[in-house]
Design a protein around this ligand. Structure first.
Ligand SMILES: [Zn+2]
Length: 311
C-alpha cells in the first residue's frame, strides 16, 4: 500500500494515509520515515525531502560520503533526528602485535572481563544510579496511570517524560563508555574473541539487570563494528560451555557452575581461576584454534597422563 507523507517544518507533522484504513495500535508508535537516494537530497546543508519540504539540520558531524538513504524519526522525548546511511572506508588502526589476542566474557557485575585485566570494562556506578532513578520514575508513572479510563492526566505525561529523559541519559552514558573502551581494545589487539551473548530482556528482570544487559549489548556492538572497520579479526564464540570448560586443559566440568560461584576449579588438572576470567580464556583459545564453539575443540587425554588439546 502506498502512502503519502506530509512533513511539516518545526515540530508538527502529519501522516496522511491512503487506501484501506490501517490497524491502529493503542500504544503510540513513534513516527519514522525512510527515503532512498531519489527521495531526498542535501542542499546548502539542509535536508530536502519530496514535495519541496526543506528541513534545517543540526549536523553532529560531516558526512564522509554522499548518503544513500536517510531515516527521519522522532524519539520518545519528541526530538526529531535524521540518520544517514553512508559508505565508509576501513580505518586502519595502529599496528598491533600480530599475536595479540584478547578474549572477552560478558557479565553483570563486570560488563566485560578480558583475558588481560587491563581491558576489563567495569559496570560503572553511574549506570547503577541511573537504573535506580529510572525505576523510581517508572513507579511514579505507574502510580499516576489512570487505568483504561480515557486519556492520561498531565501528571502522568510529565512522569513519562521524566522517565524518558533519564532513559536517554543512561543510554548516552553507556554508549560513550563502550566507545572509549572499544577503541582501546581494537587499537591494541589483532584478534578479538567475543562471547556471542544475546540479552534476553525478560519482563520480570530487575532494572539493574536490564541496565547490565543494555551495557553488554552496546559494548558488544561497538567492539564488533569498530574491530571490523579497522580490519581486525573479530570472532564470535558461542557461549555454550564456556564457563564449564577449563582454560588450561580444556576438560569440561560435569556440572554447570552456580551463578553465585565465582571461582572455577578444574577437577582434571587443578587449575583455579576467577569464573569470568577462565571463560574469557576459553573464548580466546577457541578463536585462536579457528573455531567458534567450545564443542569444536576436542579434549584429548592420552594414556600417558599428559593433557593435550587437539583441534
Ligand atoms: Zn583443567
Amino acid at each position: 500500500m502506498l502512502r503519502t507523507y506530509g512533513l511539516a517544518l518545526g515540530h508538527s507533522f502529519t501522516v496522511k494515509g491512503r487506501g484501506r484504513p490501517a490497524f491502529k495500535s493503542r500504544k503510540k508508535v513513534l513516527p519514522s520515515l525512510g527515503y532512498t537516494t531519489r527521495g531526498f537530497c542535501i542542499r546548502e546543508r539542509r535536508l530536502v525531502l519530496p514535495k519541496g519540504v526543506t528541513i534545517p539540520v543540526v549536523w553532529s558531524r560531516d558526512l564522509p560520503s554522499d548518503p544513500t538513504s536517510v531515516r527521519v524519526y522522532q524519539d520518545s522525548l519528541g526530538h526529531w533526528y535524521a540518520s544517514f546511511v553512508v559508505r565508509r572506508d576501513t580505518e586502519p588502526a595502529p599496528d598491533a602485535d600480530p599475536d595479540s589476542g584478547l578474549g572477552i566474557d560478558w557479565g553483570v557485575s563486570t560488563t566485560a572481563t578480558a583475558t588481560d585485566s587491563a581491558y576489563d570494562l567495569p559496570s560503572l556506578g553511574h549506570r547503577k544510579r541511573c537504573a535506580a532513578e529510572l525505576a523510581k520514575a517508572q513507579r511514579k508513572m505507574a502510580r499516576r496511570h489512570n487505568g483504561k479510563r480515557g486519556p492520561q492526566t498531565g501528571g502522568y505525561v510529565r512522569a513519562r517524560r521524566a522517565a524518558a529523559t533519564l532513559h536517554k541519559k543512561a543510554t548516552r552514558q553507556t554508549r560513550h563508555d563502550s566507545r572509549v573502551w572499544a577503541k582501546r581494545v581494537v587499537d591494541h589487539h589483532d584478534l578479538i574473541a567475543v562471547e556471542d551473548f544475546k540479552p534476553t530482556f525478560l519482563a520480570k528482570s530487575t532494572m539493574a539487570r536490564k541496565a547490565a544487559d543494555a551495557a553488554v549489548g552496546a559494548a558488544k556492538q561497538e567492539l564488533i563494528e569498530r574491530g571490523r572497520r579497522a580490519g581486525r579479526r573479530v570472532v564470535l564464540v558461542r557461549p555454550w560451555y564456556t564457563t564449564m570448560t577449563c582454560s588450561s586443559c580444556f576438560a569440561r566440568a560435569k556440572q554447570r557452575l552456580e551463578l553465585s560461584e565465582r571461582t572455577f576449579r578444574c577437577t582434571a588438572c587443578g587449575f583455579t581461576a576467577g569464573r569470568d576470567w577462565n571463560a574469557a580464556r576459553v573464548i580466546l583459545a577457541v578463536a585462536e584454534r579457528g573455531h567458534t564453539s567450545v564443542d569444536d575443540v576436542r579434549h584429548v587425554r592420552p594414556s600417558s597422563g599428559l593433557v593435550v588439546c587437539a583441534v
